[in-house]
Ligand binder design. Structure first.
Ligand SMILES: Nc1ncnc2c1ncn2[C@@H]1O[C@H](COP(=O)(O)OP(=O)(O)OP(=O)(O)O)[C@@H](O)[C@H]1O
Ligand SMILES: Cc1cn([C@H]2C[C@H](O)[C@@H](COP(=O)(O)O)O2)c(=O)[nH]c1=O
Length: 428
């Protein structure tokens, strides 16, 4: 059975349904309260800020007067519209769910009690605007969900679903005469949702997809690699990038070469063992390729097929630079050895952390004992560096070259910006 969503409208609430926004809300509330000279609210009080209007929260939960609450709201909003609205994350699975419904032809919309400015910025920030046919936000004059839902729909619409995490979404949906689906991973309980008219309940974004379109297959994910000399900061930056992608709702598979699978990790141990001084260059090249052959089939390709983003610490480029350049086996020989291992699987984008080989190795050796490869002579590492530069010159479009001598934060920000832009373009 193939599910057909061409005439279906699916409207989502924002906070608590697509994005987890408490970090920004709490930070802004704490900031406003501090600026007003009130004691810092405890966690239970802060939790109550999610949902009700701000003025009500400042008055009721913190005992402010009308004038104080208005001033606190002004301070809150000044921080929220610059910083707080981005202290926010996409729920795991939401990105895949939206993209899959959109690819199935559904008309998607957001109907939220949030004002238009932060809503638009948040949707753009996470790259959700491209999936949406309509966005309707509350104004001072009109905040009832029922009216917002009606406004979101064209005259001749097919089936409509309102999806949200609170009673307001279910009640509004019922009053507007549309189907209602409550999600329990947000800020409301299953009981609240059922009591206020939820026809269906989803405990995860994946369950939304299973309810609305059980046969839909997710779009393909992406394969990215990070390359550089030993000590260039790959491990540090992959952690940071992985956290950022997670915040944007990409499902990340963080892996490495050699290794990444149980068989690959055994091969890694052999390759990096300092005792294996007698390993010939061609044995080394074949072992790296063998680990890769397993990795591609067991882990990389299945994850990409499931819509995930594979973030790989080294791939084929490492073999070209280290065995082709460092061991002087030559680029063509390495590509020939690896052809059956990769079967045309190449990263869509490769981040290269650019740093001089001496500086990189100094960092690496200061961190821990060098392994078999890191113990190689300076001339070996110089050839590896040269090998990378040759690769980048051959395929400049695939590489994002980042100056790895900058601070960890500067490097992370640059990588994040470039990778997210590319991934979001890829989702179209
Ligand atoms: N931008 C930076 N500036 C200064 N030091 C850094 C920077 N990034 C990472 N380091 C430090 O350099 C050392 C090596 O970093 P990291 O382990 O991330 O590199 P790597 O490329 O993954 O190394 P390897 O490939 O050998 O595992 C660590 O001690 C790390 O804290
Ligand atoms: C994939 C691959 C790696 N190498 C080298 C590069 C490093 O010296 C080690 C791996 O250690 P890391 O801490 O995980 O970076 O192996 C190589 O020579 N050829 C390759 O294909």
């Amino acid at each position: 059975m193939n599910c057909e969503l061409k005439d279906t409208w699916i409207l989502f609430d924002l906070d608590g349904t697509l994005t987890q926004s408490e970090e920004g809300i709490w930070n802004c509330a704490k900031h406003a309260v501090k600026e007003m000279g009130f004691p810092e609210p405890d966690a239970a009080t802060l939790r109550k800020f999610i949902g009700p209007p701000l003025l009500y929260s400042f008055r009721t939960f913190l005992g402010m007067t009308e004038e104080q609450a208005e001033e606190a709201q002004r301070i809150y909003r000044a921080r929220y519209t610059t910083v707080g609205m981005y202290e926010n994350r996409v729920y795991p699975g939401v990105r895949t769910m939206l993209r899959t419904l959109w690819k199935q032809g559904a008309k998607l919309g957001v109907v939220t009690g949030k004002p238009a400015y932060p809503t638009g910025k948040i949707l753009e920030h996470f790259g959700f605007d491209r999936f949406l046919s309509t966005v309707v936000c509350a104004t001072d004059a009109r905040a009832e969900k029922e009216h917002l839902i009606r406004e979101a729909l064209p005259e001749n619409h097919g089936e409509v679903w309102m999806i949200g995490d609170r009673c307001f979404d279910m009640e509004g949906g019922k009053a507007a005469g549309v189907h209602t689906l409550g999600v329990t991973y947000g800020y409301g309980s299953e009981q609240e949702l059922l009591e206020t008219g939820a026809e269906k309940i989803a405990h995860t974004p994946t369950e939304i997809l299973e309810i609305l379109c059980p046969d839909a297959k997710p779009g393909r994910g992406a394969f990215l690699s990070v390359e550089g000399l030993d000590g260039s900061g790959k491990g540090t930056q992959i952690e940071r990038l992985s956290d950022a992608l997670d915040r944007w709702g990409f499902e990340v598979v963080h892996t490495r070469e050699p290794g990444g699978t149980p068989i690959g990790e055994k091969i890694r141990d052999i390759l990096l063992d300092r005792e294996n001084t007698g390993m010939t260059d061609i044995t080394e090249a074949l072992l790296y390729a063998a680990s890769r052959a397993q990795h591609v089939r067991e882990k990389i390709l299945p994850a990409v097929k499931e819509g995930k983003v594979v973030l790989c610490d080294r791939f084929l480029d490492s073999s070209v630079a280290y065995q082709g350049g460092g061991r002087q086996l030559g680029i063509d020989e390495i590509l020939k050895i690896n052809a059956p291992a990769v079967e045309n699987t190449l990263p869509a984008l490769t981040v290269y952390l650019d740093i001089n080989h001496r500086e990189a190795l100094r960092r690496r050796c200061a961190a821990s004992e060098p392994d078999r490869m890191e113990m190689e002579a300076d001339s070996f590492h110089a050839r590896v560096e040269e090998g990378y530069h040759e690769l980048i010159a051959r395929d400049p479009k695939r590489f994002v070259v980042v100056d790895a001598t900058k601070s960890r934060d500067e490097i992370a920000a640059e990588i994040q910006e470039k990778v997210l832009t590319r991934l979001m373009e890829n989702e179209k």
